[in-house]
Design a protein around this ligand. Structure first.
Ligand code: HEM
Length: 146
């Protein structure tokens, strides 16, 4: 995944806005995930507060390192491999795109332009591709292009 400097700046500015209310963003995200994929709910702990904080802070790290995704690779690989232990399968990653857009649209309001949505989609696809390829080497390349 390659992002231009403008795209990176756009992502960072939008994430700063999301991060002003991290708990709201996390709730929007997981409520939407569990509404569209109730089967994923039992994988997570009953109390989602800590999980939500971890998700938003991890997204913050990724957004801060968008200029060096290769350097992020070991961190993403380790994160993805821990997810194998949580019972996560490659096909679960596709479930997150909709909730992410839902959360961004509501957190950013009119600042969530089609251009910004496209940059987030591209970045998130790159992130999930890197995670799937690292954790499921035999199946990652098929899924990544989906
Ligand atoms: C972009 C992809 C993802 C990111 C950035 C992400 C981020 C995180 C983070 C930071 C944690 C905290 C624990 C740790 O660091 O190991 C976590 C835990 C977890 N994630 Fe993800 N995750 C992603 C994809 C997924 C997917 C696709 C699923 C399945 C639907 C999932 C389910 C879980 C579960 C079940 C836990 C453990 C909860 C617990 O038992 O405490 N994650 N995730």
């Amino acid at each position: 995944m390659r992002l231009s400097q403008d795209e990176i700046d756009l992502m960072r500015a939008s994430f700063r806005q999301v991060a002003t209310a991290p708990a709201v963003a996390a709730t929007l995200f997981y409520d939407r995930l569990f509404a569209i994929a109730p089967e994923a709910r039992p994988m997570f702990p009953p109390d989602m507060e800590a999980q939500g904080a971890k998700l938003i802070s991890t997204l913050g790290i990724v957004v801060s390192q968008l200029h060096d995704m290769a350097g992020m690779q070991p961190v993403l690989a380790a994160l993805a491999k821990r997810h194998v232990g949580y019972g996560v399968r490659p096909e679960h990653y596709a479930l997150l795109a909709g909730p992410l857009e839902w959360m961004l649209a509501r957190s950013l309001g009119e600042r969530y332009t089609p251009e910004l949505a496209a940059v987030w989609r591209k970045s998130f696809a790159g992130l999930t591709e890197a995670m799937i390829t690292a954790a499921y080497p035999a199946e990652g390349s098929d899924r990544a292009s989906a």
